[in-house]
Write a protein that binds this ligand. Structure first.
Ligand code: NAD
Ligand code: UDP
Length: 327
């Protein structure tokens, strides 16, 4: 890795990266970002929740390779790599409730395979962890030193505990094997390439609003989330990939809002005549969520830059274009 000093922080530019989950929503944006920065990319994905279509814009680039494989079974790839970014995992509640054992396996066995690969190549290892490690938080906003409030036998535990295991494994490889690891805790990220029916709130609301269906607000809609556009999230991952900090570091939006406010905003932005339909609140749905991003600012010089309305407009445009394409 080439080492530079920038604003007092070590900056190392990787040359060849392995991205697990690179055909997914965040992963495909990360692959594109890496290619644009001059990094050769090998993406390993089993396409369980991702799609080849997400990588279509990169297919013609000789520096991009897509390998279809299950990371939980192993990584059938050839080095060298100086960055291993481990993003493979179902991420939407609908997906991980449908794939509970697979989610636990990719967070455990999959993470160990990715860590071994990073160790073998002396690569920087980047773990895409999640705000879900904080569970239904009792500290608000959530700083990285908060240990979280997770129900280990609740429905969300397959995801939350898999990621908590992945963080523990990553830490153990750092202390036991000296692997250069970095843990990023990503908060709710949104943007183009989310699937209309993946169950996450922004693609659900936008696709409902565009066809004039009622927006399905869970519970009374007073629960909060802080949303971060994928362009900002990927910039945060890139900053973390190039430094030597072990993390965990929160990457997330500053704009905490209730789900009811989000629904109103989507209706306003789309000019939709949709109404609101209240549906039951899922079990263990976190009441609040907002990252403390002090560390990201201080260590990475990172802060989100995409305003919510502008960010939501990219999702509206994405779904509107897809609807036109199938019409
Ligand atoms: P996604 O479902 O769109 O992408 C996940 C990708 O991983 C998919 O392409 C899927 O096919 C692949 N995958 C799953 N299991 C695999 C396996 N065993 N082997 C190989 N590939 C496998 O989800 P996303 O939103 O892009 O999330 C990507 C990563 O970021 C996940 O690790 C997720 O936990 C993390 N994250 C995302 C968010 C968010 O808001 N999007 C928030 C926090 C953390
Ligand atoms: N949600 C909602 N309607 C939907 C989908 C989700 O009100 O159609 C709510 C969900 O209950 C949660 C919030 O929106 O309170 C964010 O849900 P999402 O699945 O996007 O993310 P997560 O719960 O993992 O933060």
């Amino acid at each position: 890795m080439e080492v530079q000093r920038h604003a007092g922080r070590a900056r190392r530019t990787p040359r060849r990266a392995l991205v697990t989950g690179g055909a997914g929503f965040v992963g495909s944006h990360l692959c594109e970002y890496l290619l644009a920065e001059g990094v050769e990319v090998v993406c390993v994905d089993d396409l369980s929740t991702g799609a080849v279509e997400n990588t279509a814009a990169m297919a013609a680039d000789p520096r991009f390779t897509l390998v279809r494989a299950d990371v939980s079974e192993g990584l059938p790839v050839t080095g060298p790599f100086d960055l291993v970014a481990h993003l493979a995992s179902p991420a939407s509640p609908l997906d991980y409730l449908r794939l509970p054992v697979e989610t636990l396996r990719v967070g455990s066995a999959g993470t160990l395979h990715a860590l071994e690969l990073a160790r073998a190549h002396g690569a920087r290892f980047l773990l895409a962890s999640t705000s879900e490690v904080y569970g239904d938080p009792q500290v608000h906003p959530q700083p990285e030193d908060y240990w979280g409030h997770v129900n280990p036998v609740g429905p969300r535990s397959v995801y939350d505990e898999a990621k908590r295991f992945a963080e523990a494994a990553t830490t153990a490889y750092r202390t036991r094997h000296g692997v250069d690891t970095g843990i990023v805790r990503i908060f709710n990220t949104y943007g183009p390439r989310m699937r209309a029916h993946d169950g996450r709130v922004i693609p659900t609301f936008v696709s409902q609003a565009l066809v004039g269906e009622p927006l399905t607000v869970a519970g009374d809609g007073s629960q909060t989330r802080s949303f971060c556009h994928v362009d900002d999230t990927v910039a945060g991952l890139w900053a973390m990939a190039r430094c030597a900090h072990p993390g965990p570091i929160n990457i997330g939006g500053a704009n905490e809002m209730t789900v009811a406010e989000l629904a109103d905003r989507v209706i306003r932005l789309t000019g939709s005549r949709s109404r609101i339909r209240h549906v039951p609140l899922p079990q263990d749905d976190p009441r609040v969520r907002r990252p403390d991003t002090t560390l990201a600012r201080e260590v990475l010089g990172w802060r989100p830059s995409v305003e919510v309305d502008a960010g939501l407009a990219t999702v509206v445009e994405w779904f509107a274009r897809r609807a036109q394409a199938v019409a």
